[in-house]
Design a protein around this ligand. Structure first.
Ligand code: PBG
Length: 334
């Protein structure tokens, strides 16, 4: 008896064929990640002794102006196109009126000028919100426990003009007040700052993942209540589309989804709906989660690039990430 013939039940498509070698994998990669996709958020302090490590953001330091200059030079060397400045201001000068937010010499504006001087080709992004200068930690003015919308927008406009005057390339309103993009755009045009770009934090959620950031800028102990009356409810999806549509119509050049990894569905939706320059913020809590696990030895460093790639897959042009310098170094090593 002859042996039973083997009838090969081969799969119609062998998807493993293109995964076999590094060359084939490179050839068939659908998205790429490069230093050009990164925006590096940095914390700059004016408080003597506050520079250095931030406990809940291991690996991230508060910088002096000198440190900010060195970070700018490092960004240029690594091919990172932009840094985003977050001020850590003198706690004794935080007020309920937030007047220092539009002081031309506040620490944020000093940092813009310092960086532009040493790295004129680096794009400098700012944050527009009153929280670094607000005694109660909110992004807007507070009266009788209520966040005032239109009065806050007036302050944000002053803040934006001071930042534009200091040389900012990209303004990042993160405050979530209604009507702020139109007001900022109108004021910038009126003041002759026609080429200053606005990257709107359009879809910014009321998230617990901002915790370590609030430590970094010294807002944690101050915040009275929460930000749920102005940031988006994490249960909502369509509302993010309405926010983005409105901000683009009011004059935003670029839009952001924030946080990032828990909101990749929103990134993809925004990209598909508007085909506008779309960014995600991999926020402090996301960084802290990964970095904490890496430092414990529970995850390997390779997760850093894998996580950043997820934003590219979700349709983002770029990512604000505290991993920017490290990721750029890993990418340069190949
Ligand atoms: C506030 C602002 C926040 C972040 C950026 N701008 C915090 C907040 O809304 O409370 C968070 C960034 C991060 O967590 O890394 N205007």
């Amino acid at each position: 008896m002859s042996p039973t013939p083997i009838v090969a039940p081969f799969p119609a498509g062998r998807l493993r064929r293109l995964r076999r070698t590094a060359a084939l994998r490179a050839l068939t990669a659908e998205v790429g990640l490069s230093a050009a996709n990164l925006i590096w958020p940095i914390f700059v302090t004016e408080v003597a002794g506050a520079e250095g490590p931030i406990a809940s953001l291991p690996g991230v330091d508060r910088l002096t102006l000198d440190g900010a200059r060195r970070a700018a030079e490092r960004a240029i060397a690594l091919g990172i196109p932009a840094v985003c400045i977050f001020p850590h201001s003198d706690p004794d000068q935080k007020t309920d009126g937030c007047e220092r937010a539009w002081d031309p010499d506040n620490i944020g504006n000093q940092a813009i000028r310092a960086i532009k001087k040493v790295a004129p080709d680096l794009a400098v992004m700012t944050d527009i919100a009153l929280d670094p200068y607000n005694a109660n930690g909110h992004d807007g003015l507070v009266r009788d426990g209520v966040i005032l919308n239109d009065e806050s927008v007036e302050c944000l406009v002053r803040m934006a003009l001071a930042q534009a005057e200091a040389g900012a390339d990209i303004l990042g309103p993160s405050d979530m007040m209604d009507g702020r993009i139109g007001a900022l755009r109108g004021a910038l045009e009126g003041a002759g700052h026609r080429d200053v770009a606005i990257l709107s934090y359009a879809a910014k959620y009321a998230s617990g993942f901002y915790g370590p950031f609030r430590d970094a800028v010294g807002a944690s102990g101050r915040l009275v209540g929460d930000k749920k009356t102005y940031q988006i409810n994490p249960a909502n999806r369509d509302e993010a589309l309405r926010c983005v549509a409105r901000d683009l119509a009011e004059g935003a050049d670029m839009v952001m989804v924030k946080p990032g990894m828990p909101y990749l569905d929103i990134c993809r939706m925004v990209r598909d709906a508007f085909a506008a320059p779309t960014y995600a913020y991999q926020v402090s809590g996301e960084y802290a989660m990964m970095e904490g696990a890496i430092r414990q030895g529970w995850l390997k460093r390779e997760v850093v690039l894998e996580a950043l790639l997820s934003f590219r897959r979700a349709g983002c042009d770029g990512v604000l990430t505290y991993y920017a310098p490290e990721a750029a170094e890993l990418l340069a090593k190949g």
